[in-house]
Design a binder for this molecule. Sequence first.
Ligand code: BGC
Ligand code: NOJ
Length: 816
Amino acid sequence: MKMGVKEDMKTEEIRQYGFFDDAHREFVITEPATPFPWINYLGNEDFFSLISNTAGGYSFYKDGKFRRITRYRYNNVPMDNGGRYFYIREQETGEIWSPGWKPCKTPLDRYECRHGMGYTRITGARKGLEAEVLFFVPLHTWAEVQKVTLRNTTDKPRRFQLYSFVEWCLWNAQTDMENFQRNLNTGEVEVENGGSVIYHKTEYRERRNHYAFYAAESAVDGFDTDRERFIGMYNGFEAPEAVLAGKSRNSIAHGWSPVASHMKEVELQPGESRELVFVLGYVENPEEEKWEAPGIINKERAHALISRFATVEAVDKAFAELRAMWDGLLNIYKVKSSDERLDRMVNIWNQYQCMITFCFSRSASFFESGIGRGMGFRDSNQDLLGFVHQIPQRARQRIIDIASTQFPDGGCYHQYQPLTKRGNNDIGGGFNDDPMWLIYGTVAYIKETGDFSILDEAVPFDNVAGSEVSLMEHLCVSFNHVTENLGPHGLPLIGRADWNDCLNLNCFSTDPNESFQTTENRTEGSKAESLMIAGLFVYVGQMYVELCQQLDKTEEADRARNSIDAMKEAVKTYGWDGDWYLRAYDFFGGKIGSHENEEGKIFIESQGWCSMARIGEDERMPERALDSVKQLLDSEHGMVLNYPAYTRYHIELGEQSSYPMGYKENGGIFCHNNPWVIIGETLCGRGNDAWEHYTKIAPAWIRDQKLHRTEPYVYAQCLAGKEAALPGEAKNSWLTGTAAWNWITVTQHILGIQPTWDGLIINPCIPSTLKEYTVFRKFRDAEYTITVLNPDGKQKADEPIFIPYNTERKQITITL
Ligand code: BGC
Ligand code: NOJ
């Protein structure tokens, strides 16, 4: 039965929904009913939109929880319902349809959605009338701009109405979904120029100094701001009464649910086309400039913003600027090889996803509601590994923000809120891998930029003024946090959990109403130790040693080296299971991830980190561990996290064993940790194995879009593992550390171009079938063109090559 389902899903459905257009850096969706909504992100530093391939999604300013601009209902039926919608009502027939297919779902003769770098272009055509909508957020602008192009491709004049539509969120996305006894009374709007500009000003009368607007750049023939008047009490988005009737109600919302809709009458002669512009914007006013007259909001800033996009030429110019920005970002690291899928990942989609995860951490996607998690301490440090080459100044600020949430003992809040930059008390701290990531992030930044001055920045603890010490001091307490929290075997105590948030060895939860992450963390008497943190400590600790050497802190370097050596010994003595590294010791000192266990005999994280750290290399431990991974964890769709998966809930293991077999942290293919094994393989010189693992999870190699379900152009956090009902199904796309880790893996360890303190190291580890490639790499103020030739089909260079940094352009060719 299980096999049967899987077999059905192969064959003709493969790549049925869309394809890559690399020349334009786009993924082109050709069928609107994708297996899951396939989304894109629009935005810059402050204003963001999520947009699906049928124009669903929402916008917010900075914070998906506190400043939600348009409303979105997660968990809806159908799933992706609500967005920025356009409706066309044909004059002659009264038929209504939408260019993005949804919400009307009237069959289209042609549909196409092009997701590009920071923009989405959706085109629908019916009976010779074509409507194309370009959505983007211009650089440094608090607005989403929508350019609608209407074309009559027939030989008869066409008369129709165009309706726009958005639904306002009452700012706080959480209370917007909960507190109806208040919400249904607070809604307020203003309307200007006969409805061409609709302002949403709920709560502006009291403590808010911001409002939103939806503007049509030219005069309109009708408008609506009250949802019920526009849609009707018993209709859905697919059949608004006003559109069906062909008549806007010119309604003014008082409470209930404010919306914004414009209506324009359009007539197009044969062959004629017309372009219209809509702007969905956000404005903040200083307290003393809030009002124009009593009760009338000050619209000056809105007018200024609207007038910036008053002409189609201005919109096109803003769009060209956005594209130029992406050209610049994607020109920093480029590869040209004989494998277009490799080039596609490296040059386009992997880098794009890195930027998005850097901006959003884990806050807002179609799997993260935008109201839950803020910025993760470990997450953001990892995200910047994949982003730092793009805009290092932003990475620098991020490092300082993150470090400011650390505690004096090196521990830290697990998350902080982007709007306030304060640590999140609800989740607290105690995840003992967290501090190490700060060292990793900072070192990556310095290696990329050569900017050691970041280490001298005065950074507070827990954002308390007066507590500032240098960032270098923060790194020192981070390092010490591990050495000061060792367990009975001299291995790191795990705390609440390590990278695997669900390995909760000190929580013993019996209450379904409590969160595994925040419930009791029994540190007293706990012997729970983590081999993942041990490997991480050795790997990142070596970076710390090098950093101290760079700064001539010889004593500190020696001290750190001693701790690292001791950790290596502890792993070899107490962390080796015979054929692989153990995963952990539990609260009572029992083994986890051992052949002695009945289930969960082997885990991926410790194999990855301990082999990256080369622990026990004289005994060939890394090679042996990675062979075991291949034998026991690998599968057609990638490597699972643990095997065999847990069949039941184990109170002493926590959330991990709460998941059904084959899902998420219990035997799922957790894409985030596959790269650690791949890097481990490259350090063993096994380029073919590394490549096989890499291509199993990289989006450009997805063979079956229907089985995979989520976007085929970005990584998902996890895929159902080999013990799941339907192996290979992906979930939790976009916001995952997978993006950064695969970027590091492919660019630094497979293609092998690694930034280091004073230059680049070239150390490829490639499949023997890859005979030649060229990498163009901007590095600080220098530009390198590095060609790697592999005529003999080798997998690795004999020796890494070091190229010192200097500002001249360098052409380098090496032969393996
Ligand atoms: C887990 C969640 C957990 C979260 C915490 C996820 O990977 O599956 O259940 O709450 O991590 O960050
Ligand atoms: C998601 C979290 O954001 C990340 O920090 C964690 O490492 C993984 N889950 C694995 O549990």
